[in-house]
Design a protein around this ligand. Structure first.
Ligand code: PLP
Length: 361
């Protein structure tokens, strides 16, 4: 089988070791004679899987005790609705940092809820979202919380530190950089992330939420209620057992790799190699402001759509797949999540150098 490097933004590359373990255990989990897909979510086998996954995630992210960890479904997209329903309850107003596509989807969903209004407290629109907006930290907004997309998967920007907005709870969408760089959980009221980039298979969403926010949430239909989901340890209905099992294996793998700090170091090295090449190249370039650049999603262009397509073809022929840029921004995008190896970045640069030589202006 060819050695393929998968640069996809998500679903994305998984650690080989994890896939091998899944394969090994697939038919009989822990000698039960049943696949993990077949075991009951009420069994002690699953209870252990979930307990270990949660405690390993807590260890990896230093999640304090006053935060609950939920394993939910519905993707990060459902959190665009659940967060407002549960948390925008006093002022009925949310502050949004508009950093592009995913923050805008979050704004749109919040606006659909009766009685909730939104206020863009900062926007990267002026730079066409190639630069993160400055956030005024003395801002005195009359809102229930401020929503921030920490890593903008499509635009390739990321907040390296959390905007410090005094006296406000921050709700952070970390879908595309959770566990890939260090954040302090205490800087957030809530963090959420779809699993299919840095955690495991799609179908699982991780929510980390401060318990006092859970307590204050209003009465809601069960599947939309953090309070009810917390009370039932995320098993209010049948949870995505297989996805949680895989996520648990990824958390174990991360611990053996040295945890989040080791991952961040590696991610910085991988990203730096590619950014350095892009900044020196006479053909390819990064459209993203240097200070705003993401470690995990790196868009790049030649400035000529036809050349971009030719490059993507050459890359595919060299087993470098998933490099086509998002349809909104075009060009190319290399997603370098935790499980993506340095060798893949080096191979990409080799192919880019070859293409550059052939197409020098
Ligand atoms: N937020 C960000 C930053 C994303 O990158 C994505 C998906 O790529 C989403 C939200 C939506 O996630 P999901 O497909 O899990 O609903």
């Amino acid at each position: 089988m060819a050695n393929v490097y998968n640069f996809s933004a998500g679903p994305a590359v998984m650690p080989r070791e994890v896939l091998e373990q899944v394969q090994k255990e697939l038919l009989s989990y822990k000698n039960s004679g049943m696949s993990v897909m077949e075991i009951s979510h009420r069994s002690s086998l699953f209870a252990d899987i979930q307990k270990d996954a949660e405690s390993n995630l807590r260890a990896l992210m230093n999640i304090p005790d006053e935060y609950d960890v939920l394993f939910l479904q519905g993707g990060a997209t459902l959190q665009f609705t659940m967060a407002p329903l549960n948390l925008a309850i006093n002022k009925r107003k949310i502050g949004f940092v508009d950093t592009g596509h995913w923050s805008q989807r979050a704004i749109e969903e919040a606006q659909l809820i009766d009685g909730i209004s939104v206020n863009k407290i900062a926007s990267g629109e002026d730079s066409n979202y190639t630069k993160l907006p400055k956030i005024d930290d003395s801002l005195q907004e009359n809102v229930d919380y401020i929503h921030v997309t920490l890593n903008n998967t499509i635009e390739g920007t990321a907040f390296r530190t959390v905007p410090n907005i005094k006296g406000q709870s921050i709700v952070g969408d970390m879908s595309s950089n959770i566990l890939g760089q260090r954040y302090n959980v205490r800087d957030f009221g809530m963090i959420y992330a779809g699993a299919q980039k840095n955690i495991g298979p799609a179908g699982l969403t991780v929510v980390i939420i401060r318990h006092d926010l859970v307590e204050k949430a209003p009465e809601l239909p069960a599947m939309l209620s953090y309070k009810k989901l917390v009370a039932k340890h995320s098993t209010l209905n049948t949870p995505p057992v297989f996805a949680i099992y895989c996520a648990g294996l990824v958390f174990e793998w991360l611990l053996t790799q040295g945890g989040v700090d080791a991952m961040e170091k590696r991610n910085r090295e991988k990203a730096q190699l590619l950014y350095d090449y892009l900044d020196a190249s006479t053909l390819f370039q990064s459209p993203v402001d240097v200070e705003s650049r993401s470690l995990t999603n790196i868009p790049f262009v030649t400035g000529n759509a036809e050349l971009d397509n030719q490059f993507i073809e050459l890359a595919n022929a060299n087993n470098l797949v998933g490099l086509k840029g998002h349809r909104l921004v075009g060009g190319m995008r290399a997603s370098l999540y935790n499980a993506f190896p340095m060798e893949g970045v080096k191979k990409l640069i080799t192919v880019m150098e070859k293409f550059e030589l052939e197409h020098k202006h």
